[in-house]
Design a protein around this ligand. Structure first.
Ligand code: FCB
Length: 448
C-alpha cells in the first residue's frame, strides 16, 4: 500500500531522530567514566521527580546494537546522539580515557554499516563534575577544557563522522543550570547564568577552530532552543516585554553567532550582570557555521510582569497542551524558521521537535499514541510551509528515539517514538514511530 503524500519534501532531505548521552546511556560508573554534574544533581534529594537518576536510564551503553536495530526498523537516515565528556576525559582535564572513546567508535561504525548518518553533539549538558568544582561554565577556562575534549573526540571519530554539533541549547545549560537552579548544577545567580552562556559560546567558537583543523570537510553547527515569542496582548508594554523576551531567549545567542555582537537592548536590561567580554571573543564566536540546529517545542506568549525576571512574565493560551503543559502550536515553528532565514540566513536543521504524552504500556506489542503522531505531523506541515517560503531546511530529527530520563522530570515524561519499559528495558516501537517510518519511506508527510 502506498501512502497519499500530503506534502512532498526535497529529495535530499534528511530524516532522523535524536537522543542525548545522560538521558539514555546509564552505565555511569562503567569503563572509567567520571561523574558529571547531572550525576551529582540527580542524586541530590529533591532535584528530580521521584528522585530519578540517569544511573541506568535506557541502558543504551549495553543495548546500543539493539537500538540501532530499532533505527533500522524506523527507516532512519540519520541519528543525532551526544558524546559524554566524562567518558572521554573523566576528570575534565588530563588523560583521555580510551575506553570511553571506544564506545562511540563502535557506535559510529555500526551506524555507518547500517547506512545511518551520525550527527554527533559534543555537549548535551553532562559537564564533568571536576570542572564544576573548578568554577564550572561561568569560569572562562572551561572553554579551553571543552576545546581539549573536542580535539580528542574529533581526532578519533573525524574520519567517519562528518556532521558535528558543538553545543545543545546553551540557553538551557546556562539559564536553567546557573540562574534558575532547576537543572544541574543548580545555581541561582543571573550573573553566573550570563557568564556561563558567554563561556559556552566561547567554547563553541574554540570548538569550531578545533573541528575544522582536525576534520576539514566537516559540517559543523550549533543547536539552540529557539521559539517564536508573541505578545500576550497588543498593549504596548506587552509588545515591549515580548521584544525583550525574544532578546533573552533568541537574539542573545543568534546575534553573537551570526552578527558578532550582543543585542544592545538586552545588554541594557541585564545591567551589572553583564559578563566580561574580552577583545576577540565575539570574532571567535561569530565564525561561520555550516548550519544552525533548531530545537522547537512550543511558542511563548509574553506580558509585562514587574515581578518576573527582567519585568517579563509568561501567559498561557487555550488549546492543546502536551504532558509537559506545553502549548501545541505548529505555526510557531513555521514563523520561527521563516524569521531565522530572514534575519540570519544559515542552512537549518530541526534537531529536536516532539511531544511528551502519557502513553499506555504496550498491549500485544502496540502502543497507540495518536496525539504524538498528530503533533509531529502538524509540525512537519509547518516545516513544509517554511520550505515553500524559501527556507533552507535540510533535515528533521524527532525527539526522541526512545523514552528516556527527562532531566528534572525524571522518567515521568515520555517523549519517545519507542516505548521503554524501564524495569525490563524492553523497547516497543509506538504507533507514532510506525507512522514516522511511512513518512520517511514517502519522503513527505502522510496522513496519521
Ligand atoms: C530539550 C533537550 C532534550 C529534551 C527535550 C524535551 O530542551 O535538549 O534533551 O529534554 O528538551
Amino acid at each position: 500500500m502506498s501512502d497519499r503524500v500530503e506534502a512532498p519534501f526535497p529529495d535530499d532531505f534528511i530524516w532522523g531522530a535524536a537522543t542525548a548521552s545522560y538521558q539514555i546511556e546509564g552505565a555511569v560508573a562503567v569503563d572509567g567514566r567520571g561523574p558529571s554534574i547531572w550525576d551529582i544533581f540527580s542524586h541530590t534529594p529533591g532535584k528530580t521527580v521521584n528522585g530519578d537518576t540517569g544511573d541506568v536510564a535506557c541502558d543504551h551503553y549495553h543495548r546500543w546494537r539493539e537500538d540501532i536495530g530499532i533505527m533500522r526498523e524506523l527507516g532512519l537516515q540519520a541519528y543525532r546522539f551526544s558524546i559524554a565528556w566524562p567518558r572521554v576525559i573523566p576528570n575534565g582535564r588530563g588523560p583521555i580515557n580510551p575506553a570511553g572513546l571506544d564506545f562511540y567508535d563502535r557506535l559510529v561504525d555500526e551506524l555507518l554499516a547500517n547506512d545511518i548518518q551520525p550527527f554527533a553533539t559534543l555537549y548535551h549538558w553532562d559537564l564533568p563534575q571536576a570542572l564544576e568544582d573548578e568554577g564550572g561554565w561561568p569560569h572562562r577556562q572551561t572553554a579551553d577544557r571543552f576545546a581539549e575534549y573536542v580535539d580528542a573526540v574529533t581526532r578519533r571519530l573525524g574520519d567517519r563522522v562528518t556532521h558535528w554539533i558543538t553545543l545543545n541549547e546553551p540557553w538551557v545549560a546556562a539559564m536553567l543550570g546557573y540562574y534558575m537552579g532547576i537543572h544541574a548544577p543548580g545555581r541561582t545567580s543571573l550573573a553566573d547564568g550570563l557568564a556561563a552562556a558567554h563561556t559556552l559560546l566561547l567554547g563553541h567558537g574554540q570548538a569550531m577552530e578545533t573541528i575544522t583543523a582536525n576534520v576539514p570537510a566537516a559540517e559543523v553547527g550549533i543547536t539552540l532552543n529557539l521559539s517564536s515569542v508573541y505578545p500576550g496582548t497588543d498593549k504596548s508594554q506587552d509588545v515591549e516585554a515580548a521584544r525583550l523576551a525574544d532578546g533573552t531567549l533568541n537574539r542573545w545567542f543568534l546575534d553573537p553567532l551570526f552578527k558578532g555582537s550582543y543585542p544592545e537592548d538586552v545588554v541594557r536590561a541585564v545591567g551589572d550582570a553583564m559578563p566580561e567580554v574580552r577583545d576577540g571573543d565575539l570574532n571567535r564566536i561569530a565564525q561561520p557555521v555550516n548550519f544552525l540546529g533548531v530545537n522547537y517545542y512550543s511558542p511563548q506568549y509574553v506580558v509585562r510582569d514587574p515581578n518576573g525576571p527582567l519585568g517579563v512574565g509568561m501567559v498561557d493560551r487555550e488549546g492543546e497542551h502536551t504532558a509537559m503543559g506545553w502549548l501545541v502550536q505548529p505555526e510557531g515553528l513555521r514563523d520561527l524558521l521563516v524569521r531565522l532565514n530572514e534575519d540570519y540566513g544559515p542552512a537549518l536543521y530541526v534537531t529536536e521537535n516532539g511531544a511528551a504524552y502519557d502513553d499506555p504500556p504496550p498491549t500485544n506489542g502496540r502502543v497507540p499514541d495518536p496525539r504524538r503522531a498528530a503533533y509531529i505531523h502538524d509540525h512537519l506541515l509547518a516545516c513544509d510551509e517554511a520550505i515553500r517560503n524559501g527556507v533552507p531546511l535540510r533535515g528533521y530529527f524527532c525527539w526522541s528515539l526512545l523514552d528516556n530520563f527527562e532531566w528534572a522530570e525524571g522518567y515521568s515524561k515520555r517523549f519517545g517514538i519507542t516505548f521503554v519499559d524501564y524495569p525490563t528495558e524492553e523497547r516497543t516501537i509506538k504507533e507514532s514511530g510506525r507512522w514516522y517510518r511511512r513518512v520517511i519511506d514517502a519522503n513527505g508527510v502522510v496522513p496519521v
